[in-house]
Design a protein around this ligand. Structure first.
Ligand code: FAD
Length: 451
């Protein structure tokens, strides 16, 4: 089918390579306009009185968008970058540019999915709306079950899918010839009409932990698979904080500058050169965890954010604002937790081990509503991914996919095992500050005068 004027909306797939929908759009459209949107709702306080997107996550996204814009510019194309409400901006662009086909990779989260559904249902009958599932290692059609029948635990899912390998290969980018006239006026027109804000793509004054964009992701892939680290991944990935201990692919995967299939292709190439072992397999194992949560998000929709989780069984917790504030600011009674929360605020990243520890503390030691923890992570993490974040939080809170009904980590044991000499606590200044903010201890018992 031929589309005269297509609009390719980059959303969660900020890459040109291994992007089958982009290839499809390039093949089907005579002219193609590229757009990406920043959702203005993420700047406002949400129901948890937190922002959907904090400054570090926003900067990483901006850097990723700027890199994509440069890549497109090198191929003679323009990327429109606007900030506003997708449900207002996409129809405005469709009208302003006489678009008859809109392409967007499959939305993952409930809100994004609802926006897409509203666009499709509210759009003109003459507009074709195309979405494609392309953010997981395995695609829904390759699964031996319908997503609605997703196994109740990761282990069952893994046993069912492990014999499979992705059917499609990693696809190269193929772009249409540059448009004769770039729609810059339409872009400015929407800003002038107050429908959108222009987005400042200036890089941050000081570089963050991760550089945005596909080029940076490819450099990191080269450096990781150019080392022998993959052969030891299983032994090291549980470390509390050590750059080389895990792959650090998550930020690029989260915005889609990198696809899980590109990672899997590099694992295969590494195995061919250096040999396969349990560690190289374990990288795929972790990508399957990611897949599991992506399917889980689709399967459970709004229940991903429900206090009672997928079974709608609310845990017995209350809300203590001072405890939540202490947790966010690294000022609890637990040095290891404080250190991790300080690291998260400073860098926007935490190891999986540290995420589990602080999440378990919020739920089990502090007795707080797990959704506040998930919302704080959403604001802070540069690798925030709606499915992985809320799915993992549900898992730890015991309202999700955990057959054992939640995870409670002994903080003393974790400290003894992962930070025996207190190096991490010292580095991130986790020592307990007596008398912080509140006159009660973690179980609301009045603190004694000596703290
Ligand atoms: C409470 C909590 C919240 C989390 N929130 C997020 C989030 O918002 N975004 C995110 O990408 N990950 C999240 N994770 C999962 C995991 O902690 C990170 O993916 C991982 O620490 C990222 O570092 P890495 O890339 O070096 O991971 P590696 O250990 O090298 O793993 C390789 C890849 O596998 C995937 N992966 C690994 N573990 C998990 C997991 N438990 N769940 C889903 N995918 C996984 C990631 O894509 C990761 O990049 C969360 C975990 C917990 C316990």
């Amino acid at each position: 089918m031929t589309t005269a004027r297509g609009l390719y909306w980059f959303a969660g797939d900020l890459r040109l390579a291994d992007n089958p929908l982009l290839n499809q759009a390039a093949a089907e459209c005579r002219e193609l306009t590229f757009v990406t949107l920043l959702d203005e709702r993420l700047n406002a306080a949400n129901r948890y009185q937190l922002r959907g997107m904090g400054s570090q996550r926003r900067q990483f996204l901006i850097d990723s968008v700027a890199a994509l814009r440069s890549e497109l510019a090198a191929a003679g194309h323009h990327l429109i970058v606007l900030e506003g409400r997708p449900t207002a901006l996409i129809p405005a662009l469709v009208a302003a540019l006489s678009i008859d086909g809109v392409y967007r990779s499959e939305p993952v989260g409930w809100d994004e999915w609802r926006d897409w559904r509203d666009l499709v249902h509210g759009g003109a009958a003459t507009t074709r709306w195309q979405s494609r599932w392309q953010h997981t290692l395995l695609r829904p059609a390759e699964l031996p079950f319908a997503i609605e029948q997703l196994p109740a635990s990761f282990s069952k899912f893994r046993r069912a899918v492990e014999p499979l390998s992705p059917a499609e290969l990693v696809e190269p980018a193929s772009l249409p010839a540059p448009l004769a006239e770039l729609p810059v006026r339409a872009e400015q027109g929407l800003v002038d009409a107050g429908l959108a804000s222009a987005v400042d793509l200036t890089p941050a004054a000081s570089a963050g932990l991760f550089a945005g964009g596909s080029r940076a992701a490819a450099d990191h892939l080269d450096s990781y698979f150019g080392s022998r680290q993959p052969s030891h991944y299983k032994e090291t990935r549980n470390a509390l904080s050590d750059w080389a201990s895990s792959t650090k692919f998550s930020p690029w995967l989260a915005v889609g500058s990198l696809s899980p299939r590109q990672v899997a292709a590099r694992v295969a190439a590494y195995e061919a050169e250096h040999g396969a072992n349990e560690s190289t397999y374990w990288i795929i194992f972790e990508l399957l965890w990611r897949d599991y949560f992506q399917f889980y998000s689709y399967r459970y929709g709004a229940k991903l954010f429900a206090f009672g989780g997928i079974e709608r069984r609310p845990p017995l917790t209350s809300f203590y604002p001072q405890r939540f504030a202490a947790w966010c600011h690294g000022a609890t009674d637990y040095p290891l937790v404080n250190a991790a929360m300080n690291e998260l605020r400073a860098t926007g990243y935490l190891s999986n081990r540290a995420r589990q520890i602080v999440a378990s503390c919020l739920v089990h030691e502090l007795g707080l509503d797990w959704r506040y923890g998930a919302a704080y992570f959403e604001q802070q993490l540069v690798d925030y991914d709606v499915a992985s974040n809320w799915g993992n939080w549900q898992y730890i809170a015991g309202v999700g996919a955990d057959p054992r009904g939640g995870r409670h980590f002994s903080l003393a044991k974790q400290a003894a095992q992962y930070d025996p000499d207190g190096v991490y606590v010292e580095r991130w200044q986790g020592a307990v500050q007596p008398g912080y903010g509140d006159a009660v201890d973690a179980v609301d018992w009045p603190r004694s005068a000596d703290g």
